[in-house]
Write a protein that binds this ligand. Structure first.
Ligand SMILES: Nc1ncnc2c1ncn2[C@@H]1O[C@H](COP(=O)(O)OP(=O)(O)OP(=O)(O)O)[C@@H](O)[C@H]1O
Ligand code: SF4
Ligand SMILES: [Mg+2]
Length: 319
C-alpha cells in the first residue's frame, strides 16, 4: 500500500472538522474523495503532507506513506517528500501559478537541477499537451487560457515523477469541454507514469468517470467507501443514494431523494447519533443512539449506516 491514512483527526481552532478518517491508496490507483462543500475533503488532502495550520491542526492519526509515518518526519524529510514524492494540483490554476515568472521558469523550478535542461522542460510541456509553448521561454501565466494554465500546473506536479498526486477540484473552475480534456490528460499520465491519485471533488459524475475506488465524506467522516463499480451497482448509504439521484444518467433508478433536502450540519453543532439523521429518508429512532461504525456491505465495500442490511439498491426491504 502506498498511502495509508489511519484515524486522522484534524481541527481548526476549537472545532474538529476531520473526525477520524481512514483511507488507503495503492500504487497506480485513483481514489476519489467526494462530499458537499465544507465536509473536510481539502483538509484531508492537505494533511497528507502536513500542510495544515499548526494551531490545533492534526490531533491524531497516522499517515503512512511508503511505510513511514509522515506525521513523524523531521522538516528536512518532509520537504523532500513534498518536493519529490507527493504533489498537488488545486482548483484555481491562476492563483497557484506565480504571475511574475514565465511558465518555462516555473517548470524548471519544479525539476531537480540535474534534470532541468530545456529538453526536459520540452518533454514535460509535450506530455501535458502544451507543445505550442515549447521553445517559447517568455510566456507568462496570464497569456494562457484556464485549461492551458491547469495543464502547466499538472506538468509541474508530475515533473519530479512523484508517486502520489493530490488533485483538489482540478477541473471545477473550467468549462465542461475543457474539464473533459483535463480529465483525459490526468488518466493518460496516471497510466503512463503509474501514478497514484487522490482526486477530490464535489461532483460525483466526475469522480465516477476517473476513480477506481471512492470515499464518500459527510461531516468530517467517510460514510461509504469501496470500488466504484460496487458503489454504482449497490450504493450502501442514503447520502450516496441522494448524490446519485441527482445525476441524470442514473435517472432509471427508483428515485428516493431527488435532491437531498436540508443542509449539512455545522461542525460546531453536530447532531447526536448518525450525522446524516436530519436529512435521511430512512431514519429510525435507533439512528440517534450513537454514530454508526463502518460496516461491510460486501467485501471491500463499507458503509456507516445501521440500516444497510435493510437496503438493496436504495430500497428498504423490511421496514
Ligand atoms: N484554515 C481554516 N481555518 C478555519 N476553518 C477552516 C479552515 N479551512 C477549512 N476550515 C473549515 O473546515 C471545514 C472543512 O473544510 P474543507 O476546506 O476541508 O472542506 P471541503 O470539503 O474541501 O470543502 P469545499 O468543497 O468547499 O472545498 C469547513 O467547515 C471549513 O469552513
Ligand atoms: S444510520 Fe439511520 S439516519 Fe443514518 S444514514 Fe442510516 S438510516 Fe439514515
Ligand atoms: Mg475543498
Amino acid at each position: 500500500m502506498l498511502l495509508q491514512i489511519k484515524n486522522l483527526k484534524v481541527g481548526y481552532g476549537n472545532i474538529e472538522v476531520v473526525r477520524g478518517v481512514d483511507l488507503n491508496i495503492d500504487k497506480g490507483e485513483c481514489v476519489g474523495l467526494i462530499g458537499e462543500s465544507g465536509c473536510g475533503k481539502t483538509t484531508v488532502g492537505l494533511s497528507i503532507t502536513k500542510l495544515i495550520p499548526e494551531r490545533r491542526g492534526i490531533t491524531s492519526g497516522e499517515i503512512l506513506f511508503e511505510d513511514r509515518d509522515i506525521l513523524k518526519l523531521n522538516p528536512e524529510e518532509l520537504r523532500n517528500i513534498r518536493s519529490k514524492k507527493i504533489s498537488y494540483v488545486f482548483q484555481e490554476p491562476f492563483s497557484s501559478l506565480n504571475p511574475v515568472f514565465t511558465i518555462y521558469e516555473q517548470i524548471k523550478e519544479s525539476l531537480e537541477e540535474k534534470d532541468n535542461s530545456d529538453s526536459q522542460i520540452a518533454e514535460i510541456l509535450k506530455s501535458v499537451g502544451l507543445e505550442k509553448i515549447i521553445g517559447r521561454k517568455n510566456v507568462y501565466p496570464h497569456e494562457l487560457s484556464g485549461g492551458m494554465q491547469q495543464r502547466a500546473m499538472i506538468g509541474m506536479a508530475v515533473a519530479s515523477k512523484p508517486s502520489l498526486v493530490v488533485l483538489d477540484e482540478p477541473t471545477t473552475a473550467l468549462d465542461v469541454t475543457i474539464q473533459r480534456q483535463i480529465l483525459e490528460l490526468i488518466m493518460e499520465l496516471k497510466n503512463k507514469m503509474n501514478l497514484s491519485i487522490l482526486f477530490i471533488s464535489h461532483d460525483l459524475r466526475i469522480v465516477f468517470s476517473i476513480a477506481d475506488k471512492i470515499g464518500i465524506m459527510y461531516a468530517g467522516k467517510i460514510v461509504e467507501y469501496g470500488l466504484k463499480e460496487k458503489i454504482i451497482s449497490n450504493p450502501g448509504h442514503p447520502y450516496t443514494m441522494g448524490l446519485m439521484d441527482s445525476i441524470p444518467s442514473f435517472e432509471h433508478r427508483k428515485k428516493l431523494f431527488n435532491a437531498i433536502g436540508g443542509k449539512a450540519p455545522l461542525f460546531s453543532d453536530l447532531p447526536i447519533g448518525c450525522k446524516f439523521y436530519p436529512r435521511c429518508k430512512f431514519r429510525i429512532d435507533k439512528c440517534l443512539e450513537k454514530e454508526p461504525e463502518l460496516e461491510n456491505v460486501s467485501s471491500g465495500h463499507v458503509s456507516r449506516c445501521i440500516r444497510i442490511k435493510d437496503m438493496h439498491y436504495g430500497v428498504i426491504k423490511n421496514k
